[in-house]
Design a protein around this ligand. Structure first.
Ligand code: GLN
Length: 501
């Protein structure tokens, strides 16, 4: 006698996903939410790290700042490794789930014992983010058929989700940590990560074949063995990160090795590629990534020099309200992104319909011009200094608005572009390389901040305020130079990008 079983619903096909009607595929909303919670956890943790180390772990201030910078660089640097493992062994879905579990555990460990397990927990979070972060963006890219002009709007919306998480996490975790308990702040990060993981586990079926294991054709036993090996390698890396984070003298060595090693790996893959068109697009992607390093080096002044500047030199009036300038420094960018990212995304689609959408190289060029303008706005703070030696928070916020527009011409567009320029089998690695670019941006931001925007003394002084403004002008001039270079490269880049716009 045969048992009658209800046939399970067949998996959604790629063709069905690609032929969505309207502006956004429904899967975008699932990935949006998952990434939103991950960014809540990431930016929440980022917001409290330095204060936690100084106040709770009693790490000397200078060491805490260096350790914070090391953690930031490592988090983005490991996306490169995570991307490669996703391409070769795990696939985006499994990689993301593994990364999320590491992040849940990492934050939970710190929540349970903030004093003794902090560095172990953080090391887990670093590796976890490496496996998680690049792969969500890669999956967003795969929701679209090649050449679908709606992709850029999808990334615009997705980027908004990133920043909703960043804003909420930044506010809530800092509040919990400072006023309730550190344990609860890390606990909240762990909890929301668990929420993200649960949402992904429930909705991942809707992604059909997107993000499935690249080893699907391999015998199960062999495949599991490789997967297991990947997990083991990742876990073995935890003690290594544990050491690197605390011994910040190693950070420079690490950064001196990982970038060149990634480039060597990139060029091995590049020369192995037989198809000239694929090679040419890979090269274009690499050039965009190098430009993104310059962008993030200036953009990331937000957490360093601009934060220090807001603490000492801004008045407390924003329009008709009294606000803390550091709160503005920490949240204005995310706030502006949430509102303007989807709008700008739809604006590109609208231009596309009118056949007037600029090429990505032009958008990047505009991004650099806007970035330079934002630093010009910061420079003009020099003309608003009042009798108390403070300058205008309104103008400063205006500078952030322009900087956010710059970011929107580069960061979400860069994500979209990487998914268009990379062949499927290298998608994870290339997205990882994009974020490795951010790691270097972050790393150079520290160096740039201390040389162009040096702290003159422990006490705020008019002289220092003037030095800061002069530094903003120098940075603006430098960025104009980068913008010109980008515009000069337009014909070369267009050729390299082939059919990709
Ligand atoms: N703010 C964006 C994010 O968190 C961009 C980060 C980056 O590439 N440096 O995803």
């Amino acid at each position: 006698m045969e048992l009658s079983t209800t046939p399970s619903k067949p998996e959604i096909t790629l063709e069905e996903i690609h032929s969505f009607k309207g502006k956004y595929p429904k899967q975008l909303w699932y990935l949006f939410t998952v990434e939103m919670w991950e960014r809540f956890c990431f930016y929440g943790m980022r917001g409290i790290l330095t204060i936690f180390m100084i106040d709770q772990l009693l790490v000397p201030k200078q060491d805490a700042i260096l350790q914070y910078a090391a953690i930031q660089s490592f988090v983005y640097a490991f996306t490169f490794v995570g991307g490669i493992f996703a391409d070769k062994v795990l696939g985006f879905k499994k990689s993301l789930i593994f990364g999320a579990i590491m992040m849940v555990l990492g934050n939970a460990l710190v929540a349970i014992a903030p004093d003794s397990l902090f560095y172990v927990g953080i090391s887990l979070v670093v590796i976890g983010t490496g496996f998680f972060k690049p792969n969500v963006s890669s999956m967003v890219g795969e929701l679209y058929r090649d050449g679908d002009p709606r992709k850029v709007a999808g990334f615009g919306m997705f980027y908004s989700g990133i920043n909703i998480g960043a804003l909420l996490g930044g506010i809530l975790c800092v509040y919990l940590g400072k006023y309730v308990s550190w344990g609860l702040a890390f606990g909240a990060a762990s909890f929301v990560m668990l929420v993200g993981l649960t949402i992904f586990s429930i909705t991942k079926r809707q992604l059909g074949p997107i993000g499935n294991s690249p080893l699907a054709g391999m015998p199960k036993k062999q495949r599991y063995l490789r997967e297991l090996l990947t997990y083991v390698v990742a876990i073995i890396a935890v003690p290594l990160i544990y050491i690197l984070v605390q011994e910040t003298t190693y950070t420079d060595y690490f950064m001196a090795i990982i970038g060149p090693a990634a480039l060597v790996y990139f060029f091995i893959k590049y020369f192995q590629e037989k198809d000239a068109a694929v090679r040419s697009k890979l090269l274009a992607a690499l050039i965009f990534i190098l430009f993104s390093v310059a962008f993030f080096a200036l953009f990331e002044q937000a957490g360093g020099a601009l934060a220090a500047f807001s603490k000492d030199y801004l008045d407390h009036t924003l329009l008709f309200f009294q606000v803390d300038p550091n709160a503005v420094n920490n949240s204005a960018n995310a706030f502006f992104v949430i509102i303007f990212s989807p709008l700008l995304g739809l604006f590109w689609v609208w231009l596309n319909r009118k056949k007037k959408e600029p090429n990505t190289v032009v958008k990047f060029g505009i991004g650099f011009i806007l970035l330079a303008l934002s630093y010009i706005v910061f420079y003009t703070l020099l003309f608003y200094i009042n009798a108390e030696g403070k300058t205008s928070l309104n103008v400063f916020t205006g500078g952030y608005f322009v900087m956010t527009l710059a970011e929107l011409c580069i960061s979400p567009i860069g994500l979209s572009l990487i998914t268009s320029l990379s062949p499927k089998k290298l998608g994870g690695m290339m997205m990882g390389l994009w974020f490795l670019g951010s790691a270097y941006g972050q790393y150079f931001a520290g160096m740039l901040g201390t040389t162009v925007l040096p702290v003159l003394s422990e006490q705020p002084s008019l002289e220092e305020l003037v030095t800061y403004c002069g530094g903003f002008k120098t940075l603006a001039i430098g960025v104009f130079g980068v913008a010109i270079l980008m515009f000069v490269l337009i014909p070369v880049m267009k050729k390299l990008m082939r059919e990709v716009k």
